[in-house]
Design a protein around this ligand. Structure first.
Ligand code: GDP
Ligand code: MG
Length: 439
């Protein structure tokens, strides 16, 4: 989606206080981005209303990190829009499981048939049979046979003179005999939806009673993909959508509207022409990808789980009153440590992986340990009031912590700088007071 949306997201994420105006700005950017991405306008409208309602509601007000909370709401609603949970492929309890492909010409049916067979074998250890039911072009049968050869999988075909109904019926008999547990029926398409095509597909459906009817749609066709999905669904009552060519320069809007408009889940996405470029569709991952957030949500969840909100509020109070001590510092460090290794946390920050050389940054956990040791070697009085520190105290602390005086000095200096920064920050916040939520 647009860079502007990502900019807005970046701005709002760090906010300690989110005003109604912030939410409105955010909602406007999200709305524009979605429309720009070719999402159906009705879908956009109800989506934006849901976000506004939640973002101006209690869950944000009462949160300690309202900015992040708003982003989380957008991500959750996007996920819901695309179906919420991942939708798995059917498994019949009386094999073979029959999957029928449908879609317009050039959408990617034949390619997807091959890719799906590959995925079923690789990921689920299945033995699929490919069935050539596009009898209108000899080349279509050949195409499927070529894929079959590449995959070293059998292709069932009866030439171009037998009807698709007859072919698929025979194919299923053959599959039972040869113990294939999946039958993938590749059908013909047309340039546009028409009655002859629909009738043929309905006939095949009536004969073989497929466990799944997949509609294969080309993501590049944008809003049109949604219209195609609607009319195929009316005739065939499809059970799932395969969105192809998402690797291209697509705006992805179709992914967002299809579930909402047809109430049919997206089950797979095509990410390229090669046979291993089909992926199961995960709404949550797609939402993150759209928002360009990396795993920022996981990070937020981790932080929420580990940092006790009450403790954090107390800490904030201490910063304000300038009574922040080395004891508080220690406690803060232990909370950060509970969140896991610093490298792992860093890896989850969006954009961090793009920064040059970032991959090679090694956090020195050892240094953290000596900071802890230094603080632990201070007396209670010293921790509360670092100004007590003189040369002999420093020497004692260095000895007690197995460090040296210059390390102790460095920590003291850092601590003082931190306090100064806190003072500046709290002053800044004071200036902004009164600009919070007004309902
Ligand atoms: P059909 O007419 O619906 O059977 O469509 P085909 O399977 O013959 O595919 C039409 C074209 O789209 C072929 O050139 C495929 O290689 C290409 N194609 C199919 N799926 C994808 C995909 O996910 N990504 C890309 N880039 N190309 C695809
Ligand atoms: Mg084809």
């Amino acid at each position: 989606l647009s860079n502007r949306l990502q900019e807005t997201i970046k701005k709002i994420t760090g906010k300690g206080k989110v005003s109604e105006q912030d939410v409105k700005t955010m909602a406007r950017e999200v709305r524009l981005a979605l429309l720009e991405a070719d999402v159906n306008f009705k879908v956009v409208r109800s989506f934006i209303n849901d976000i506004k309602e939640r973002a101006i509601g209690q869950e944000v007000m009462e949160s300690l990190t309202p900015g992040q909370q708003v982003i989380k709401i957008v991500q959750e609603e996007l996920t819901n829009l695309m179906g919420g949970e991942q939708s798995k492929i059917a498994v019949s309890d009386r094999p073979p499981t029959v999957i029928m492909m449908s879609g317009l010409q050039g959408a990617g049916k034949t390619t997807t048939t091959g890719k799906l067979a590959n995925l079923l074998r690789k990921q689920y250890n299945k033995s699929p049979l490919l069935v050539a039911c596009d009898i209108y072009r000899p080349a279509a049968i050949k195409q499927l046979q070529t894929l079959g050869k590449q995959l070293d999988m059998p292709v069932f075909e009866m030439g171009t003179d037998v009807s698709p109904v007859e072919i698929s019926k025979k194919a299923i008999e053959y599959a039972k005999q040869e113990h294939h547990d999946y039958v993938l029926i590749d059908t013909a398409g047309r340039l546009h939806v028409d009655d002859t095509l629909m009738q043929e597909l309905e006939d095949v459906k009536a004969e073989v009673k497929p466990d799944e009817i997949f509609l294969v749609v080309d993501a590049m066709t944008g809003q049109d993909a949604v219209n195609v999905a609607e009319s195929f669904n009316e005739h065939l009552d499809i059970t799932g959508v395969v969105l192809t060519k998402l690797d291209g320069d697509t705006r992805g809007g179709a992914a967002l509207s299809i579930k909402a408009v047809t109430d049919t889940p997206i089950k797979f996405i095509g990410m390229g022409e090669k046979l291993d470029e089909l992926e199961e569709f995960h709404p949550e991952r797609m939402a993150s990808r759209i928002l360009g957030m990396g795993d920022v949500l996981t990070l937020i969840e981790k932080a929420q789980a580990n940092i006790d909100e009450k403790q954090a509020k107390e800490l904030e109070e201490k910063m304000r009153t300038m009574s922040f001590t080395f004891d508080d510092f220690l406690e803060q460090m232990s909370q950060v440590k509970q969140m896991g290794p610093l490298e792992d946390l860093l890896a989850m920050i969006p954009g961090a992986n793009k920064m040059k050389g970032m991959k090679n940054v090694q956090f020195d956990e050892k240094q953290l340990i000596s900071v802890e040791a230094i603080i632990q070697s201070m007396t209670k009085a010293e921790r509360q009031d670092p100004s007590l520190m003189n040369a002999s105290r420093k020497k004692r602390i260095a000895k007690g912590s197995g460090t040296n005086v210059s390390q102790v000095n460095r920590l003291l200096k850092q601590f003082n700088e931190m306090k100064k920064m806190m003072k500046q920050m709290t002053n800044m916040q004071k200036g902004k007071k009164g600009k919070g939520f007004q309902l």
